[in-house]
Design a protein around this ligand. Structure first.
Ligand code: ZN
Length: 162
């Protein structure tokens, strides 16, 4: 794993989030439920979202899953960044994150914690790990409402994306 090559501060943030995620778990009630899988590394994520009554804003978001430090840290940072945001705002953040992973600009001050993931862009094989949660979020927000009792969440594999 090339984590050793990431800049010190970023490496530290990623490892801290991996060891002590702040957003691990499941929201209640569940309005969107999305599973994601990254076959290239074996990362899985189970993302649940609670929306406001108008279905316009993310009230709460949590994740469960297993995977490498990069996948889990990215999910945890993402949850902090999109909680309280409208759906269009969250989708914009997805786009922006994916752009950063392709070597694009960093996030502005308001979202600067996400810049901890920027170093991953140097390691093409790890980019799918970083993008997994974001890819799942995008699908969750674009899919119809989940019945709280539904046993079958949406499922997405990021095998085909970069
Ligand atoms: Zn991974």
């Amino acid at each position: 794993m090339p984590l050793d090559n990431l800049r010190g501060l970023y490496q530290q943030v990623i490892l801290e989030r991996y060891k002590k995620p702040r957003n691990f778990g499941r929201v209640n009630p569940v309005h969107r439920h999305q599973r994601g899988h990254n076959p290239s590394c074996g990362d899985t994520i189970d993302l649940t979202l609670q929306l406001d009554p108008n279905q316009e804003r993310i009230v709460d978001i949590k994740f469960e899953g297993e995977g490498c430090a990069i996948a889990m840290a990215s999910a945890d940072l993402m949850a902090d960044a999109v909680r309280g945001r409208t759906i269009p705002e969250a989708l914009q953040l997805v786009e922006r994150f994916q752009t950063m992973m392709r070597g694009g600009e960093e996030f502005p001050r308001e979202y600067r914690s996400l810049n901890a993931m920027k170093g991953v862009a140097q390691f093409p094989v790890r980019i799918k790990c970083a993008n997994l949660a974001w890819h799942a979020l995008k699908h969750a927000l674009q899919s119809p409402a989940t019945d709280d009792s539904a046993e079958e969440p949406g499922f997405v594999s990021n095998e085909s994306i970069d």
